[in-house]
Write a protein that binds this ligand. Structure first.
Ligand code: TEU
Length: 566
């Protein structure tokens, strides 16, 4: 397996709208990020992923782009961007941008022209279809696909009497990747950013760019599960290879493709060492844990063994193709990791540190989402109008019409809603958490009085200081980057324990995912050996000679390294 900077790096994801507002208009911006560059550097991270900062009417917070080569005015100017990029590079930090090319905004010039007539040169940049008709002759969408954000995935346009496809909101029409001219426009736009000096792209829903050409109806109405419609279509790899040839290959860059509903085999074809497609993918199976048969808002308990299964099968798959994984527990679309996978009440600090230990010791590039490094939690919202996310607002409207109960819906949103991740970054205990001097675009979590960067800096036992230690530990140990991964006591529902091994170096990691004390039988190679305690979220001696059994405290994480009997 080749060594690469992006395998050795640690990524910090910044959602600019919620990071730091430098103007007082309630919206985070590029100059706000520039103000925080020393803080970012102090974490030890080496790569930043910025959510979309391009010109956008913000129907979906920048995931609806109307100009790919300009900066959203709320966020600043291209000069601010250039300053941010050079500020990062000066600090030895790379920058990856969000590439949102499955769809554009309906306010993009391409779409404005595309709508005008059936035979203009931009018509075929988007996916237009004739209507279908039911038995009574009533006009119907071309097929039964639904939009991820509610309602049908097709919008009728009476200028030309056709429907256009929008897998997301109707202000996000899908681009037609089967059109070579469109593909070339995208590749040259990518090259323009690479020539400016950026270091890679995170690619939004990239496995949706190739649709099944006959646009078949779903077999059921759960789109993610149906693989023969708009995901992983027949030309997916052809288009990614073409992107590699015409753009990626010319630069030393990193790419990560966001892929819901990605079969392992497809992932291997994308991220394998010789695939000539992407550096890695975000498979989404583990963040989908806790969703029932009816999808995201159908909340069911999740099991630790399922989490192990997912990490393990993607580990094995990537070993088979010499590929590389991404390791993350949340992003701007997911609930806060400590609220979902840890315990944000009694054991917030312990469990946030435990999750940090896991993220930085699994095999793959770790991603930290802003605020995760101080253990930020979900927010409790009890008024629907305090939510700003169109996914929640659209779902609420439809669900109430169907007769679902307000309380049940709010509790689902409080647990899983995307706004949990998007509440402003908590810098201090002051009003608005030091995020803005104005009115924040989304509510600040009231717990910022306790959970904030200043408090964390001043507390030697904070999640923040622990993150810094974990990042430094990973940066300094090749075995934690390139070493093999081997789970011990696989069926244990409370403890996730595993080895990382490279050459003579062995790490043994034990993570308690429960609020109970748990006795764990150590593998022979660890029991009765003299081992170094590299890090733990409870006070521990520097070395230990553990018995055959070790008792873990609630949410304990402990990492042993040592002269082990192998
Ligand atoms: O997300 C893909 C996606 O479909 C889900 O994350 C979706 O937003 C939702 O959570 C499913 O229930 C990407 C972006 O990360 C997201 O922010 C955008 O809204 C979406 O694509 C459209 O561009």
């Amino acid at each position: 397996m080749n060594k690469k900077w992006w395998k050795e790096g640690v990524v910090y994801q910044i959602y600019p709208r919620s990071y730091k507002d430098s103007t007082g208009n309630g919206v985070g911006d590029l100059r706000g990020i520039i103000e925080k560059l020393d803080y970012i550097q102090s974490l030890g991270v080496t790569i930043i992923w910025l959510n979309p900062i391009y010109t956008s009417p913000n129907d979906d917070n920048g995931y609806d782009i109307s100009d790919y080569q300009n900066i959203m005015s709320e966020f600043g100017t291209m000069r601010d961007f250039d300053e941010l990029l050079s500020g990062l590079h000066r600090r030895g930090i790379k920058l990856i941008m969000d590439l949102v090319v499955n769809h554009s905004s309906d306010e993009h010039n391409w779409f404005i022209h595309s709508k005008e007539s059936k035979n203009n040169r931009y018509r075929d940049y988007y996916i237009w279809k004739d209507p279908a008709y039911d038995k009574t002759g009533t006009i119907m969408p071309p097929n039964n696909w639904g939009s991820v954000f509610g309602g049908p995935a097709w919008e009728y346009d009476d200028t030309t009497n056709q429907y256009f496809l929008h897998i997301f909101s109707k202000k996000q029409p899908d681009l037609n990747w089967d059109n070579q001219v469109l593909r070339n426009e995208i590749f040259s736009m990518m090259n323009w950013w690479f020539d400016k000096g950026i270091d890679g792209f995170r690619m939004d829903v990239i496995n949706m760019i190739s649709k099944y050409p006959d646009f078949p109806d779903y077999n059921n109405n759960i789109a993610w599960l149906d693989n023969k419609t708009f995901m992983n279509g027949p030309n997916l790899h052809k288009y990614l290879k073409e992107m590699y040839e015409k753009s990626l290959k010319k630069y030393d860059v990193m790419t990560v493709g966001e892929c819901f509903g990605l079969p392992l085999e497809e992932g291997k074809k994308m991220a394998g060492e010789d695939a000539n497609e992407l550096s890695m993918v975000f498979q989404m199976e583990h963040v989908d844990l806790g969703s029932g048969t009816y999808g995201k808002w159908d909340i069911v308990p999740w099991k630790l063994t399922s989490l192990k299964d997912i990490f393990n099968k993607w580990y094995v798959a990537m070993e088979e193709c010499n590929g590389w994984n991404s390791i993350f527990l949340m992003n701007h679309d997911q609930p806060r990791s400590v609220s979902k996978f840890g315990n944000d009440k009694k054991y917030r600090v312990e469990s946030a540190k435990m999750l940090a230990t896991m993220k930085l010791t699994l095999k793959g590039t770790p991603y930290i989402y802003q605020g995760e490094e101080i253990g930020m939690t979900n927010i409790a919202i009890d008024t629907i109008s305090d939510y700003k996310d169109l996914e929640i607002l659209n779902h609420y409207k439809e669900a109430i019409e169907r007769g679902e109960k307000h309380e049940k819906l709010l509790s689902a949103y409080n647990y899983k809603g995307r706004d949990n991740a998007r509440t402003p970054m908590q810098w201090d205990a002051e009003e608005n958490a030091g995020f803005t001097t104005g009115t924040p675009w989304l509510k600040v979590n009231p717990n910022h009085k306790e959970i904030n960067v200043i408090n964390a800096e001043n507390d030697a036992n904070s999640v923040l200081h622990y993150y810094r230690k974990m990042i430094a530990l990973r940066n300094a140990n090749e075995a934690l980057i390139y070493g093999t991964f081997e789970i011990v006591d696989y069926s244990n529902e409370k403890i996730f324990a595993y080895f990382r091994k490279l050459g003579n170096t062995v790490f043994f990691i034990m993570l308690n995912f429960s609020e109970n004390k748990v006795r764990f039988t150590l593998p022979d190679s660890i029991a009765h050996s003299k081992v170094t305690v590299i890090i733990s979220n409870y006070p521990k001696p520097e070395t230990m000679q553990p018995d055959s059994e070790y008792e873990l405290q609630p949410y304990e994480a402990i990492v042993f390294k040592g002269a082990l009997k192998m």
